[in-house]
Design a protein around this ligand. Structure first.
Ligand code: DCP
Ligand code: MG
Length: 358
């Protein structure tokens, strides 16, 4: 048996949030890439449970401190069962995974992969278009039954496919900063999502905006969006939601994987220097929910999922973008003011945003 130095508390766990995961893991890269193909194909087939078990195994491999050398070693990792273990065995002997190769070569996968990248299109719509025989974005655009948002997504496809460098994002942040602070100078503007996790190239920009005065924060979305329209930066509103300001019962109702109830606008935003349309997701958080909103929107999705699961199963708490709650009757909110405080209360070692890339 091969010896390896997994710290059982922080490495070999089913909770990704307990261990640091860098953006570019040093080990097991090509294995991870092949497993990601299978995972994505499960997702495109609507096999969410199965996709999730691949995601757990992939996350564990990304954090693993050296290259896997044997089936036995792989199977010692929590999340690597016989199925995925066998794929790893295939990889160790052939340098590839036959199923992943088949998926990559299949026209169905290639087509669904493209369609599912369209804004507002999930696997179900992608599959519907595929079954109608469409092979390209151009053909989808001729579909007579498109919703408004699907048409918009298809029209914006080329622009949205272009990744943003960190410099592109800084340009957008500069504009947002100027415009938002011209409305209220003490707004707090925090870039989150992949950019905050250190990604070199990003598909969109996610920003959490807050203001110390509750009343101002409550109406901030409308003010910002109006100004962005007036200045000509905002081309289309892809998604716009303002939610009733209510008591704590509302704050608890966001479930796992369901969008939170923070005010938000997903914008198609013109980048001045390139004239490319960029997706900018604006999320408004009341000051009292600021730290949980920033934590919740920093990601990765898998990191968030594991945090919420950990809070629930190991601490009897509920963590959402709106706050941290004790699951006693009646539920009680735990007042938090920073990400670090949330990690402390949950008893999770601090993980830098750059290490939340599971
Ligand atoms: N998020 C979440 N659940 C949602 C929406 C968002 O947990 N329903 C979190 C996790 C994401 C982050 O917000 O990581 C930002 O969402 P994105 O979809 O923009 O994801 P990323 O920024 O991580 O990646 P990308 O480069 O695709 O934008
Ligand atoms: Mg993002």
């Amino acid at each position: 048996d091969i010896e390896f130095d997994l710290d059982p508390r922080f490495l070999n766990t089913k909770y990704e949030c307990l261990r640091p995961t860098p953006l570019k893991p040093k080990y097991n890269q090509s294995l991870v890439e092949l497993l990601e193909v299978i995972e994505h194909s499960r997702e495109l087939n609507g096999e969410e449970r199965n996709a999730l078990s691949y995601r757990h195994a992939i996350a564990a491999l990304k954090a693993y401190p050296h290259n896997i050398k044997s089936y036995a070693e792989a199977r010692k990792i929590i999340g690597v069962g016989p199925k995925i273990g066998n794929h790893i065995k295939e990889f160790l002997t052939t340098d590839t995974i036959p199923e992943a190769e088949e998926i990559l070569a299949s026209e169905k996968y290639q087509t669904l992969d493209i369609f599912s990248r369209v804004y507002g299109v999930g696997y179900k719509t992608a599959l519907k278009w595929y079954r109608k025989g469409y092979k390209s974005i151009r053909e989808c655009m001729r579909d007579p039954y498109l919703t408004h948002i699907q048409r918009l997504g298809l029209e914006l496809f080329n622009d949205f496919q272009k990744k943003m460098s960190r410099q592109d994002i800084q340009e957008l942040l500069g504009i947002l900063d100027t415009i938002i602070k011209s409305i209220y100078s003490d707004c707090i503007i925090t870039p989150v999502g992949g950019y905050r996790r250190g990604k070199e190239f990003n598909g969109d920009l996610d920003v959490v905006v807050s203001h110390p005065q509750e009343e101002i924060a409550n109406n901030l979305l409308k003010d910002i969006v109006e100004k962005l329209m007036d200045t000509g930066h905002l081309k289309h509103k892809l998604f716009y939601a303002r939610n009733k300001k209510d008591t704590s019962s509302e704050l608890l109702s966001s479930h796992r994987n369901v969008m939170d109830k923070l005010d938000k606008c997903f914008c198609a935003f013109i980048q001045p220097s390139t004239q490319i349309c960029r997706q900018v997701d604006l999320i408004i958080a009341p000051y009292s929910q600021y730290s949980t909103a920033v934590l919740g929107w920093t990601g990765s999705k898998q990191f968030e999922r594991s945090l919420r699961n950990y809070a629930k199963k190991e601490r009897n708490m509920t963590l959402t973008s709106h706050g941290l709650f004790l699951n006693v009757i009646p539920k009680r909110q735990v007042h938090v003011t920073s990400e670090r405080e949330i990690f402390n209360i949950l008893g999770i070692p601090w993980v830098e945003p750059e290490m939340r890339n599971c």
